[in-house]
Design a protein around this ligand. Sequence first.
Ligand code: F3S
Length: 400
Amino acid sequence: MLLTNEEQSMLDGEQGKAVRKAMQILATLGKIYGAGRMLPVRSVQIAGVSYDNLGDAGLEWLAEMADGGGRARVMATLNPAGMDIENWQRLGISPEFAERQQRVIDVFARMNVITTCTCTPYLAGNEPALGDTIAWAESSAVCYANSVIGARTNREGGPSALAAAITGRTPEYGMHLDENRQPGVTVEAHAKLPDTADFGALGKVIGERLEVLGRKTIPYITGVDTASMEQLKSFCASIATYGGLAMFHMHGITPEAANVTPPGERISIAQDDVMKARQSLLDASSDEVDFVSLGCPHLSLHEVARVAELLRGKQVTKEFWLTTSRVVKAAADQLGYTEAIEASGAKFAVDTCCVVAPIRGRFTAMATDSAKACYYAYSKNKFKTRLLDFEQVVREAIGD
Ligand code: F3S
């Protein structure tokens, strides 16, 4: 791989141990994937933040990088942590876990990473522009960046994302190359999709259909005339979860979709397919639900405002978590939404989420509007699930 003098000096260890290690990681990745050169990155989003996933070995590795002088050279934020740093007691997190999770956050802070922990960095100030080269790790955010914003990123692992932050580089392969951003199949959606839950269900249908075909190919999706940012983030999370996709083209939405030709091979998705996908994530009865969660991916301010309106003057009867970024929560505080929400007994779980928090064994069934959250609620925590429309989820929490 061709390296600039600056990059070679990083690899030679002239800029410290951590920079050398980071460049070694990226050079190795570049070699494996046949990259010709490194690209400068404008934005990084790092996963592997929850102590639940990292463990002591991961924490030790991060501390070594910080001790070795690793410092972010570009804008870098974090994926959700295993707990709300300020509100962990109220959410039932143990002091032992909290102490270790705090150490993880502190290590990232030492490396000049902005320690806002969110899977919607584009709603929290880490917002790339069309055509930007970035290195993000969270699968739903990667899909959103490539498909909705039109930035370019592979799905980074925790170490490669941190390496990109420390060097300001990423190897040029995969989604950074035009030829790998071309669609391979046209997907015609013939379905009404009024809610975020419907978009999640559509992502499940398309993701699974491509998996069955054994085709990890980029779909060119038609038939979705309009979609809100919230619906798109739900769709991105779902298609990345159920299909392992880092990108799709959606007619009228994806910036690059206007410049590609829809492939001749076609798949058709009917309303019934979307309804069946919803049904498949509805195996818990209302009586069984003992945990309610909205915010996978993290809630936007608009969604927080909707919840505040629905909860005003009401009391929740079930444990209800709203997961969002600290940035959105701060705005909600100022606008009075937090007060209305907390007065109902609902809880903010800020900079964390119902998947990365250590809640296995605490609940048996979860209600949510997120197809992705359903997938992990079952696979990670063995919860039954109840996929509902956004407003129905709030009603589930208040026993309406
Ligand atoms: Fe975000 Fe957690 Fe869902 S990281 S996309 S809220 S699983």
